[in-house]
Design a protein around this ligand. Structure first.
Ligand code: 5GP
Length: 205
């Protein structure tokens, strides 16, 4: 029985991850987008429970102690984490679970669920184009933008750890590629699927 699958998306802030996921949503079938918990402050227009669960540092640290996270990391000086329970439920319901997490989170999730993961790194074509996008978004001040650019320069080095790269030249092209990857992610066979298949294949009936 095919159960759920995981699709991890990473890439610098400003790479266009959420735009691409939204643009693909009608084509990739039913999926569950994992809403992360963070201690960073909401950007203008962001809603609690939609974009993130926004919590205090104390709250986040209590959740760590209680073992609530599948993975968590510190990015740009804030905590970000993926809650375990909703992910487990979505996987049991056979859904494709999409994570927007950083390079550290990808490593942690891959170590825990290697056989059901597909991953893609989304990036603008160059550092310069990322800079332009972050400036155009104008939701962050120069200091924050600089921090994000420095982080992106490190993250790009991890591109080799991903199954696919999506260069976001245009939203249309990147979305097309993402849709193909998401469909393939759904078809990925877990170790359990393979064991069942072999058992069935060998059975004499
Ligand atoms: P932003 O502040 O721009 O929303 O996100 C900053 C970075 O944190 C992005 O690279 C994003 O992928 C990452 N991020 C968001 N949620 C999580 C999470 O739950 N876990 C980890 N490890 N990274 C996350």
């Amino acid at each position: 029985m095919q159960k759920g699958a995981v699709l991890v998306l990473s890439g610098p802030s400003g790479a266009g991850k959420s735009t691409i996921i939204q643009a693909s949503s009608s084509e990739i079938g039913e999926y569950y987008f994992s809403i992360s918990t963070t201690t960073r402050l909401p950007r203008e227009g962001e809603k609690n429970g939609v974009d993130y669960f926004f919590v205090t540092k104390e709250h986040f640290e209590e959740d760590i102690k209680a073992g609530h996270f599948l993975e968590y990391a510190q990015v740009h000086g804030n905590y970000y984490g993926t809650s375990l329970v909703p992910v487990r439920e979505a996987l049991e319901a056979g859904k494709l679970v999409i994570f927007d997490i950083d390079v550290q989170g990808h490593r942690l999730v891959r170590a825990k669920m290697a056989d059901i993961i597909t991953s893609a790194f989304i990036t603008p074509p160059t550092l310069q184009s990322l800079k332009e996008r972050l400036n155009a978004r104008s939701t962050d001040n120069q200091e924050i933008i600089q921090e994000r650019l420095e982080n992106a320069k490190e993250e790009i080095k991890a591109v080799n750890e991903y199954d696919f790269i999506i260069v976001n030249n245009t939203v249309e092209e990147a979305t097309k590629r993402f849709v193909t990857i998401a469909k393939a992610a759904r078809l990925k066979q877990s170790d359990k699927d393979n064991e069942n298949f072999i058992e069935h294949w060998l059975s004499e009936k």
